[in-house]
Design a protein. Structure first.
Length: 117
């Protein structure tokens, strides 16, 4: 059973950068997909970025060109580099895993990201 723990959230001014980290308790090299979701107050949880075991990435249109997802298989870590942050990026960010291509079935506890104007 893989467990995910996020870190790196915080308060940043608009235009700034943050890097979120996600530590996995198990080996991630065989996980089908890893990703980052976010949920802003009063809104549905949305997929921000995803990365397959083969290296394919996809991003929400709203973050494309600003966010980068990456994985470190040797250390069982997943990262989300967020640049040019906007106030609308404020949300709780969740690390997620789709372990066996059956859907996003493993979640971290979330980390708060707040962007001030």
């Amino acid at each position: 059973q893989v467990q995910l723990v996020e870190s790196g959230g915080g308060l940043v001014q608009a235009g700034g950068s943050l890097r979120l980290s996600c530590a996995a308790s198990g080996r991630i090299f065989s996980i089908n997909r890893l990703g980052w979701y976010r949920q802003a107050p009063g809104k549905q949880r949305e997929l921000v970025a995803a990365l397959t075991s083969g290296g394919t990435t996809n991003y929400a249109i709203s973050v494309k060109g600003r966010f980068t997802i990456s994985r470190d298989n040797a250390n069982d870590m997943v990262y989300l580099q967020m640049n040019s942050l906007k106030t609308e990026d404020t949300a709780v960010y969740y690390c997620a895993a789709d372990i066996r291509a059956a859907g996003w079935d493993t979640w971290g506890q979330g980390t708060q990201v707040t962007i001030s104007s």
